[in-house]
Design a binder for this molecule. Structure first.
Ligand code: NAP
Length: 209
């Protein structure tokens, strides 16, 4: 079986934190590839303020270009309606029966995932890789993992990651105020953002992601 990391995200826009996380997990867990999956339409976010799925896909595709182990997948942006992770994982396991999947996420997901649509179908189709950052209470997470493993027979790996304080929200704000985002976003993505004129009118108090 090929071991594939799945990095799902709104990627509005994709940044070095997302890329460093995927690269790091691939090495730590000896994964064969990392697939970046930009979301389609999220029921949890105000989509009016989010760049169109096809454009976020393009930014993500440009970001992983040149990394032989990374791919950008259009599985969610091509699906109609709201994006649900269980559907993506079911689609991927059906299309790629020779692969086992590792869903990569910030460790907070352990406390959120049960509220996502059909969590049991997510846990059944992948190993969750919950990546912690400084200050996270490992003890609480281990308790939560034990609870989820018992309830769903889930496979969960806790993986410490660096504290890279980069956020898409702040990057949009920097772009809107004319500040540089060089070294925070890949150059080819910055060029695309400039060409398209994205994030020029970011409003204060904009929903965080
Ligand atoms: P996002 O904001 O674009 O972030 C993508 C991932 O990168 C998250 O795991 C995030 O972890 C991580 N990340 C961001 N900045 C980072 C940094 N500086 N250092 C390390 N990691 C960083 O994406 P999202 O909107 O949270 O969505 C993530 C996935 O969850 C998507 O695939 C989405 O479809 C899925 N989801 C599914 C449901 C559902 O099925 N019902 C509901 C919600 C989300 P942090 O969040 O910890 O920053």
């Amino acid at each position: 079986m090929r071991k594939i990391g799945i990095m799902g995200g709104t990627f509005n826009p994709i940044h070095m934190g997302h890329l460093a996380l995927g690269e790091y997990v691939m090495d730590e867990l000896a994964l064969d590839e990392g697939w970046y999956v930009p979301t389609g339409c999220s029921y949890m976010k105000s989509n009016i303020e989010i760049v169109q799925p096809m454009e976020r896909y393009e930014m993500t595709r440009l970001a992983v270009l040149g990394n032989d182990r990374m791919r950008c997948m259009d599985v969610e942006i091509r699906r109609e309606g709201y994006t649900y992770t269980y559907e993506t994982l079911e689609q991927l396991t059906e299309s790629y029966p020779d692969c086992s999947f590792y869903f990569i996420y910030g460790a907070d997901c352990l406390f959120e995932m049960e509220n996502w649509r059909c969590p049991e179908r997510i846990f059944a189709r992948c190993t969750i890789v919950a990546c912690t950052r400084n200050g996270a209470s490992i003890e609480k997470m281990q308790e939560k993992i034990a609870e989820l493993e018992k309830r769903y027979q889930s496979r969960i790996r806790l993986l410490p990651f660096y504290n890279l304080e980069i956020s898409s929200t702040e990057l949009r704000e920097r772009i809107a105020s004319g500040k540089s985002v060089r070294y925070l976003i890949p150059d080819q993505v910055i060029s695309y953002i400039e060409e398209k004129g994205f994030y020029q009118n970011e409003v204060e108090g904009f929903e965080k992601d």
